[in-house]
Design a binder for this molecule. Structure first.
Ligand code: BDR
Ligand code: CA
Length: 309
């Protein structure tokens, strides 16, 4: 399968890249970087470093949006460290990002691979929204889009109702949900319940090699942050779960279909993902999104560990 990844690495973005890179059947045609967990300069540099680490040094990386469509940017150094990777220094990349923007690269790859390109979006959706403005046929050119973002029937993680990737650019997210993609949503509803436990983190420490060693060091930082939320040493694996839903769809054991809108105006709810779960939404509704609600957690954790071996 041919995949384009749009991301803001980011510790869990790193593990998502590892998950894909470990799979010989996954051809990563390009990676777009976006602001989010850090500035786009940092996330692009991290993407290059991570592709080297995880054995895909030839994948083109394109720099994307440095800020949201409308609002000012907000970064997440308290979650991902000052360098986006838990303050772990990976070797300098030996190459530069490509000259195309992330949106341009995505559009070109979609046009060159009509009906065959899958997209994994695990950062703010700004690059995808810009790509849609460049190529309105994108939802028909792309085979499947999996997004990590939103909080449909659970609490947000930036505000009471909003999750980071969506609230970091609500206008972009709304454009993506409205566009008509074949879209799976991996939201906090499932990612906050599918965690790398302390035992899993300990097992990773026993895996030999640079991939596991560096990833374990990123996750030590991440687990410290999450300890403040969960009360115990464990961490949510948001972006790798979205990668797993893309390449291992059988891991999804329950999902529901509903049109999703992003709240743009609410003073308390801006960035909330609102699912219309009426049995028969009105005839002019947008295409439904498939919202993942349950997965085979044990198999996911096993596959994530295997990816780092
Ligand atoms: C999402 O926000 C980012 O900080 C993570 O990388 C993930 O994509 C979780 O809300
Ligand atoms: Ca991310």
């Amino acid at each position: 399968m041919r995949v384009f990844v749009d991301c803001d690495p980011g510790i869990d973005d790193a593990v998502a890249l590892a998950y894909l890179a470990a799979r010989p059947e996954v051809e990563i045609l390009g990676v777009g970087a976006v602001f989010g967990n850090n500035t786009v300069e940092v996330t692009a540099s991290n993407a290059l470093r991570l592709l080297d680490l995880y054995g895909r040094p030839g994948v083109p990386v394109a720099v994307g949006a440095e800020r949201p469509l409308v609002q000012p940017p907000r970064l997440a150094e308290h979650v991902h460290g000052g360098n986006g990777l838990g303050d772990v220094e990976l070797p300098e990349p030996a190459r530069e990002p490509v000259a195309e923007s992330a949106a341009e690269l995505l559009v070109r790859l979609a046009r060159e691979n009509p009906g065959e390109l899958d997209v994994l979006a695990v950062g703010p959706l700004t690059n995808l929204a810009i790509a849609l403005s460049l190529e309105p046929r994108l939802p028909r050119l792309v085979r499947r889009l999996v997004v990590m973002g939103g909080a449909v029937e659970t609490a947000g993680n930036v505000t009471s109702h909003a999750e980071a990737n969506i609230v970091n650019d609500p206008e972009a997210a709304e454009a993506v949900f409205a566009a008509g993609f074949d879209l799976d949503l991996v939201a906090l509803d499932i990612t906050m319940r599918t965690v790398a436990t302390g035992e899993w983190l300990d097992r990773l420490k026993e895996v030999p090699g640079d991939r596991a060693r560096h990833t374990s060091a990123f996750l030590d930082f991440y687990a410290d942050f999450y300890k403040g939320i969960f009360g115990v040493r464990q961490c949510a694996m948001h972006d790798p779960l979205a990668a797993a839903v893309l390449v291992d769809p059988h891991l999804v054991t329950e999902a529901f279909d509903a049109p999703i809108r992003v709240e743009l105006a609410g003073s308390l709810t801006r960035g909330m993902t609102v699912a219309d779960r009426r049995p028969r939404p009105s005839a002019d509704e947008r295409r439904a999104t498939r919202v993942v609600v349950s997965v085979s957690e044990e198999e996911f954790l096993k596959r994530m560990l295997d990816a780092l071996r």
